[in-house]
Design a protein around this ligand. Structure first.
Ligand code: ZN
Length: 563
């Protein structure tokens, strides 16, 4: 029996508004793959949610004078609204944080993370290590490196960051910074204090991880394999998995360490991926059928290349270290970055399109999906550009698919009494060779989609449009009508089915457009290759234009508005 398919996309961090790069980076491709898999009849589950713990949320909360949970409540709604608008069809959208992490011990994310933590301690995969860290007296807490600023010990630059100096470019340890201050309030002084943390013993887990990697990488993209291999080649180092923060999953008592680490929390990157199973457990009590079922489940992950090592080294190593039989990732599709007109998206500088801006842009969500998927940064960085968007919408979409749909539907509606004509004669050689080439391209589409080559999958749908337009020009039904109406009916019979299958194969990318084509056709085409004689004899709706062209003025004004 075919395995069930579990799909996750990187959990977006909720203290910001997602931009187009974030959307094409994980949630949108995950949605397309999920829609495609479900269309093909697979039992698929698409899980995502908000990543809420960590320093950034804590700092933001302090700035706004509210609790971290309040910050999360605010942003998780913003994210959900944007993803809904983009028609991201999660089966479940969840979250990682408990309302009150110290006291909500029943929260699934806390329980599952703590259980994994305990198993790692008991199986001797944790190491205790003392370290120096900067402590802020005013805040009464240790501060993370990125909130430290001071003089670079190497070049004397006065505004060096805790982890890197912008003066000389050297990577730094925050404790080596001279006269360190708290970045968000320079009156807050910092001092070095000793603290003890637990580290994940990656060197000890490495042989098991390597053995798994060699088997698992078959269906990973090249980027991901390269990054993972580079980590392994360098030799793995122990990774600190605890933090002196308040906003996080509490480190549990363990047999080995007792309550020595009480008051500390798990480092966010350690327990954030555990959000995948914990969010699933909030969706269904049978979550272990997905997560503890490696023989019955195929697991696919979507994220950006900066997330690779967390998902191919640290997360699987943590799960392997439990000695339980976890479902580990089989398919990975990690993408590079989308730039905005060659530069960076920046909310503070008002550059680029963020989710809220896309909603207000006047451009329908299907069009955004279409363009972003054509620009999906598979294997290399790609660029969002307004003029390119205009060209791809007006040319490829309007002139190709839009034109095809309009011509087929208008002609059938007008000449055949709103009915898809029945096939009366034999298929001609022209018909047969068209159908053959068409179906070969359909097969290409399925191969690409199965292998998560989504951008090329979408291009193959456009290719189907080109083939059909070409066929239409060759067989010229408007000429045939005048001499042989039965033959003309056969041509339109074929073309209506062509449109049906194009609509079907387009549906993972442009669900609303696909629905509209189906409505106008009066039936939903289910087969996965072109066959004639499938329609149910329903009445065609009066066709309306599928897409509108974006004119130069509109593009200029959008460009002006979004920087
Ligand atoms: Zn320096």
């Amino acid at each position: 029996m075919e395995k069930k398919l579990l799909i996750t996309s990187a959990l977006p961090y909720v203290n910001n508004v997602p931009h187009l790069g974030n959307i094409i980076g994980c949630v949108l491709p995950g949605d397309v793959y999920s829609r495609y898999s479900k269309m093909m009849g697979r039992d698929a589950l698409y899980i995502c949610g908000a990543d809420e713990y960590g320093t950034c949320t804590e700092v933001k909360a302090r700035e706004e004078g509210v609790t971290p949970r309040k910050i999360c409540d605010k942003y998780i709604e913003i994210h959900k609204q944007i993803y809904d608008w983009f028609q991201i069809g999660f089966d479940y959208w969840g979250r990682t944080s408990a309302a009150d992490p110290r006291n909500d011990s029943e929260w699934n994310h806390t329980q599952i993370s703590q259980e994994i933590f305990r198993q790692l301690a008991e199986n001797d995969y944790l190491i205790e290590q003392e370290m120096d860290q900067l402590y802020c007296n005013e805040l009464e807490t240790f501060v993370s490196d990125r909130f430290v600023q001071g003089t670079c010990p190497k070049c004397g630059y006065e505004k060096a960051k805790g982890d890197q100096c912008d003066g000389c470019g050297e990577l730094l340890n925050a404790v080596d910074i001279i006269n360190p201050v708290y970045k968000l309030n320079n009156d807050f002084s910092l001092e070095i204090r000793q603290t003890t943390h637990l580290f994940l013993d990656l060197p000890k887990l490495e042989p098991r991880l390597r053995e798994w990697f060699e088997r698992a990488k078959v269906h990973w993209d090249k980027n991901t394999i390269g990054i993972t291999q580079a980590w392994l080649d360098k030799g793995l180092q122990p990774r600190c998995i605890t933090r002196d923060l308040k906003w996080g999953t509490p480190v549990p008592n363990t047999e080995k360490y007792g309550d020595k680490f009480r008051g500390k929390v798990m480092y966010n990157w350690f327990d954030a991926p555990i959000g995948y199973p914990s969010i699933t457990s909030n969706f269904t009590k049978d979550w272990k059928d997905w997560w503890m079922n490696p023989d019955g489940v195929e697991y696919a992950q979507f994220y950006g290349t900066d997330n690779v090592a967390f998902h191919t080294i640290i997360f699987p190593a943590s799960l392997l270290g439990t000695n339980d039989s976890w479902t580990l990732v089989n398919r990975i599709s990690a993408v590079n970055y989308l730039t905005y007109q060659g530069g960076k998206f920046s909310k503070s500088e008002n550059v680029g399109v963020f989710g809220d801006g896309a909603i207000d842009s006047g451009i329908p969500s299907d069009i955004w999906r279409y363009y972003l998927l054509l620009q999906r940064p598979e294997g290399k960085t790609t660029e969002f550009s307004w003029y390119d968007l205009q060209a791809k919408v007006n040319g490829e979409l309007n002139d190709n698919i839009g034109n095809l749909a309009n011509r087929i539907l208008s002609f059938t509606h007008k000449r055949f009494n709103k009915q898809i004509p029945e096939l009366k004669g034999e298929l001609t050689e022209e018909d047969q060779s068209f159908i053959k080439e068409f179906n070969e391209t359909v097969q290409e589409y399925h191969n690409l989609m199965t292998n998560i080559k989504l951008k090329d999958g979408l291009y193959s749908v456009l290719k189907l449009g080109h083939l059909a337009n070409k066929y239409m020009v060759v067989v010229a039904p408007w000429k045939v009508w005048k001499v042989d109406q039965d033959r003309c009916g056969d041509i339109l019979h074929i073309l209506c089915h062509v449109l049906g299958i194009i609509s079907n194969l387009l549906s993972p990318f442009m669900p609303t457009t696909s629905e509209r084509i189906n409505e106008m056709l009066g039936f939903r085409y289910d087969p996965q290759t072109l066959q004639t004689g499938v329609y149910q004899g329903s009445e065609l709706q009066k066709p309306t234009i599928l897409f509108s062209k974006i004119d130069d003025d509109a593009i200029a004004s959008l460009q002006e508005r979004f920087g």
